[in-house]
Design a protein around this ligand. Structure first.
Ligand code: SF4
Length: 200
């Protein structure tokens, strides 16, 4: 039996996870699992997201796509800040790219991923002071089921520890146009709160 310090961390065990290999092999892209693991125990801000897209799957870096550009703009952080694992943890509902559905949209993350890893991964982040719930799946896991728009609109209900956000995908551009209060009210408060958490 190795000493406790030699046991692999939860991050290392997630990186080695291949539970969904048969499921991903059956998708149109027939890809292999590549868990995108981006967290460290010192993080103060948690981005609770959905799953890596195809670009993040290829790069191994979360939000290395247009969604990431928009999310960083919403947050008011630089790339260097966003990818500083000593300050920001990115823990998706599924750590691997799930593949595409028949319409070319990303499939939902396999439920087995959060069931297997999420509680343990979040338990490895004792210093988190602010959690951003990015999209409906993360919101459902952390807060229970509910519609995204109503949840984001009620952002003050969980302030200042938890902030529900829509997914920053280009697919939500129409949502942003239809809900101008999000950029006018939520984002200025969010950016100020993030500065407090990251700089405090
Ligand atoms: S999605 Fe999660 S459970 Fe499935 S292979 Fe990747 S890390 Fe493992």
């Amino acid at each position: 039996m190795p000493p406790a310090s030699a046991e692999p961390t939860v991050a290392a065990r997630i990186r080695a996870c291949r539970l969904c290999a048969p499921r991903f092999a059956a998708t149109a892209t027939a890809h292999a699992p590549r868990p995108v693991v981006w967290f460290a125990s010192a993080a103060r801000l948690l981005v609770a997201s959905q799953a890596p897209g195809a670009r993040a799957h290829a790069s191994g870096i979360p939000f290395s796509d247009a969604s990431g550009v928009r999310l960083r703009d919403w947050m008011g952080v630089t790339e260097a800040e966003f990818y500083d694992r000593s300050r920001v943890a990115i823990v998706p509902m599924g750590f691997c790219f799930p593949g595409y559905d028949a319409k070319g949209a990303d499939l939902p993350p396999p439920r087995i991923c959060a069931a297997t890893w999420r509680t343990e991964a979040l338990g490895a982040l004792p210093g988190v002071r602010l959690t951003l719930l990015v999209g409906g799946m993360a919101q459902a896991w952390h807060l229970g089921p509910g519609p995204v728009t109503a949840r984001v609109r009620a952002w003050r209900d969980t302030w200042p520890a938890v902030v529900p956000l829509p997914h920053p995908s280009w697919r939500n551009t129409a949502w942003l146009r239809a809900n101008p209060w999000f950029e006018a009210e939520v984002l200025p408060a969010l950016r100020a709160r993030i500065r407090e958490v990251l700089d405090g």
